[in-house]
Design a protein around this ligand. Structure first.
Ligand code: AMP
Ligand code: GLY
Length: 433
């Protein structure tokens, strides 16, 4: 099988690496890819950088690929899957209409409500007075979400009402959601408890969950600093209830996939379930229509089954007949090395020096091969991935490799997976009320 991966981040590097390890995959192409991906795949330029559906479909047809795997949300929302499948080529990733599950938080809330999926209570507001009423109703901490794609930066969680209100006003003024006539902002009740990610592969009917992971969204140790796309992750979650993934499938993923199909908008691809383990049970924080970054890096590091085969089955509507997935017992940790100035104003063009990294994998995200060597070209520069028999071993290997990376002014967290390794992740006490 010949597979084309769309995207250029560390998630796509992880996908390309896992695909290249699958005996069923003969060749991996990536568009546009990056210098790290070029070590495991053939990188090809594509007009529009992967965002132009017809350009991707033409590339896939010209190269005679058997499967296209779309990494980021933007090409999905732009309709890459629609264009590729229109040419008769299997494509892993939802159609533009189905990707609204990620593209519009208000749409996602509507689907969850219809499917009876547990999520934070919320109000969709188009006016400031509605925002104030919602603040009164839910109380502090206030959760304010931009309705639309904001690359993980559209959410503010704060104890300060004035800050929450300022963000809501900004969301209402900034832009209008495509296809809607009024700008909207979503106000939510605050969810207590640890947050985790479960990726569910689906062909629109059958759901196959992957191993759960935990992501660290804030820039600094201890969960301080601004929200980012994710500064690190680990998998599995030894502290989580044993039946967690089954419960996610039964109470969240399957009902959502069924509801989408019922609406005539079948969702095939990855349903990324971001959820909180609250005192009142599981609650969905967000859906995404793609693999998470950096969680994918740790999830795929532990996948023993062939990735190409299962993604192909999902794209063809044949997941019910796919072999069960096999996982390594190892733990995996990834630490993101970000550029100076990330997330506000990441500096580009800084030299990247990578020394002896042992068995760790250095996955590339914001890198560029300049005439005099590798330089930074984006906020999250590298994703350093290591595995080990215990979480602590994986952490040590990952951090030893991070120490071998030199980028002037770079930033990384030192506590990825630390609380779990020290058995300090607390589940909130069950609230029977
Ligand atoms: P989202 O883009 O919806 O995933 O939100 C980004 C981050 O904000 C999440 O990963 C959470 O850490 C936080 N967050 C979002 N919604 C809530 C909520 N209802 N309660 C507490 N934290 C939240
Ligand atoms: N790691 C968070 C995301 O991919 O949205």
């Amino acid at each position: 099988m010949k597979v084309l991966v769309i995207g250029s981040g560390a998630r796509e590097h992880a996908l390309a690496l896992a695909l290249s390890r699958d005996p069923a995959v003969e060749e991996v192409l990536a568009a546009p890819g990056n210098p790290g991906i070029a070590e495991v795949a053939t990188c090809v330029d594509v007009e529009g950088g992967g965002l132009d559906p017809e350009a991707v479909a033409s590339l896939a047809a010209e190269r005679g690929v058997d499967l296209v795997v779309v990494g980021p949300e933007a090409p999905l929302v732009a309709g890459v899957t629609d264009a590729v499948t229109a040419r008769g080529i299997p494509c892993f990733g939802p159609t533009a209409r189905a990707a609204r599950l990620e593209g519009s938080k208000a749409f996602a809330k509507g689907v969850m409500e219809a499917a009876g999926v547990p999520t934070a209570a919320s109000r969709v507001c188009t006016r400031v007075d509605q925002v104030m009423d919602a603040f009164d109703e839910f109380g502090a901490p206030f959760v304010v979400k931009d309705d639309g794609l904001a690359a993980g930066k559209g959410v503010v969680v704060t104890e300060e009402r004035t800050r929450a209100l300022a963000h809501a006003v900004q969301c209402l003024e900034r832009h209008k959601t495509p296809g809607e006539d009024e700008a909207r902002v979503v106000i939510e009740e605050f969810l207590d408890g640890p947050e985790i990610s479960v990726f569910c592969l689906t062909d629109g009917e059958t759901v196959v969950p992957l191993a759960p992971a935990q992501d660290f969204k804030r820039l600094e140790d201890g969960g301080r600093g601004p929200n980012t796309g994710g500064m690190g992750a680990y998998s599995p979650l030894d502290w989580a209830p044993a039946d967690l993934v089954d419960e996610v499938v039964t109470t969240i993923a399957q009902p959502t996939v069924d509801e989408m199909r019922r609406r005539g908008i079948p969702f095939a691809g990855v349903l990324y379930v971001g959820l909180a383990l609250t005192s009142r049970g599981l609650r969905v924080v967000e859906f995404n229509a793609r693999f998470g970054d950096p969680e994918t890096q740790v999830v795929l590091a532990r996948l023993k089954s062939g990735l190409g085969r299962v993604l192909h089955a999902a794209a063809l509507g044949e997941l019910a007949r796919a072999e069960p997935l096999e996982w390594s017992d190892d733990h995996a940790v990834t630490v993101v090395v970000a550029a100076r100035g990330y997330p506000e104003a990441p500096r580009k063009g800084d030299p990247i020096t990578i020394g002896e990294v042992g068995e760790a994998e250095i996955l590339h995200a914001g890198t560029h091969e300049a005439h005099d060597g590798l330089v930074t070209s984006g906020g999250r520069v590298l994703s350093v991935v290591a595995t080990g028999p215990r979480l602590e071993d994986a952490r040590q290997r990952a951090y030893a490799a991070v120490a071998a990376v030199d980028i002037p002014g770079s930033q990384h967290r030192t506590d990825i997976g630390l609380a779990a390794a020290q058995h300090r992740v607390a589940l909130p006490g069950k609230d029977d009320a």
